[in-house]
Design a binder for this molecule. Structure first.
Ligand SMILES: Nc1ncnc2c1ncn2[C@@H]1O[C@H](COP(=O)(O)OP(=O)(O)OP(=O)(O)O)[C@@H](O)[C@H]1O
Ligand SMILES: [Mg+2]
Length: 307
């Protein structure tokens, strides 16, 4: 059973097709990492799912019901934070939550529960204008979960957080999923982050879902997309030699990035580079990062698009 299912979701801003037939399937009780580079269409998708943008084409089902048929009842069971959280700056976290608690008619006890859950119990009375970015993000989560939603949608919740804040956010989301059974749909542009958090992954690229499956399936695919990094004394000259081997290299921070090569090919390339008087400083196998996965998709190297 899917908590969220979309069928052939298409969205255009004027004449630009931003989403081109998205079939999302978010299993119940999963943590679904919605990955994609800037401008891929993540926020647009999440806004559509929450009814914040008017649907143009396709279907959206949440809890097995069409959003348009029972929008209020469905969205009452959903919590969200899209882009930056917003609240009253001159009020404390507790006062912000109190206002919402009255609007949402949830038990007052929930305020202490969520403040404790997001680690803001000690600063519940401080004005939010004085909050750090991480504290604001955590209050955003507290607001999203105040009414005990079964399904929580978060758009880049770790945006702007330092490494410690990212770890805390991850632990908080995993606790919500594990202890409260909440299904999470979390967007991010960082594969490394999603790998540590998600049970399921969807990869969006230029408005199309390029991969959808479990994290394990993605890892298997990544292994197939391993590449080779070559660091030399003169990468530009080395790239010319690589071309002679029919091997197109990409210049990166780690040196030249080549498609995954077998041992014989690596040995032949290194031999020719050294023969040309260029020092070889490092040859390493690199696990496919998000960029190389995308490149693999664009070049259609053994990656099937999601059905
Ligand atoms: N209000 C708008 N009017 C016109 N085009 C828009 C509007 N909002 C977004 N777009 C375009 O739609 C595309 C997808 O944007 P979207 O914000 O959904 O991407 P994203 O994956 O969330 O990116 P990011 O990682 O930067 O948040 C982009 O090309 C963007 O320029
Ligand atoms: Mg976005």
């Amino acid at each position: 059973m899917f908590c969220l299912q979309t069928r052939h979701l298409v969205y255009r801003y004027r004449h630009d097709v931003v989403l081109d037939g998205i079939d999302l399937q978010v299993p119940q009780r999963s943590i679904y990492g919605f990955l994609g580079p800037n401008g891929a269409g993540k926020t647009t998708t999440l806004r559509l799912v929450l009814g914040l943008l008017t649907k143009q084409q396709g279907e959206i089902e949440i809890f097995g019901k069409r959003l348009q048929d029972d929008r209020c009842a469905i969205l009452r069971r959903v919590g969200s934070m899209i882009e930056s959280p917003s609240f009253y700056d001159h009020l404390s976290a507790r006062e912000n939550l109190l206002l919402l608690q009255r609007i949402l008619h949830c038990p007052r006890q929930r305020i202490d529960d969520v403040l404790a859950l997001v680690g803001l119990a000690d600063v519940g009375r401080k004005r939010t204008a004085q909050f750090s970015l991480g504290m604001k993000q955590r209050l955003g989560i507290a607001i999203a979960i105040l009414h005990e939603p079964e399904f929580v949608i978060l758009d880049e919740p770790t945006n702007g957080l330092d490494p410690g804040g990212i770890v805390e956010m991850r632990e908080l989301l995993q606790r919500l999923n594990r202890e409260r059974g909440v299904t999470l749909l979390v967007s991010s542009h960082l594969l490394a982050e999603v790998e540590k958090l998600a049970t399921h992954v969807g990869i969006l690229h230029r408005g199309r879902l390029r991969f959808q499956g479990t994290l394990r399936e993605l890892c298997e695919r990544q292994r197939g997309l391993q590449s080779t990094a070559l660091r030399t004394g003169d990468d530009r000259a080395a790239a010319t030699i690589l071309m002679q081997h029919g091997c197109r290299a990409r210049s990166t921070e780690r040196g030249l990035l080549l498609p995954a090569l077998d041992d014989v090919a690596v040995a032949a390339i290194v031999r020719d580079v050294v023969r040309a008087g260029i020092g070889v400083h490092e040859v390493a196998a690199v696990r496919g990062d998000l960029e190389s996965i995308f490149m693999g998709m664009v070049e259609d190297v053994g990656v099937k698009e999601a059905a």
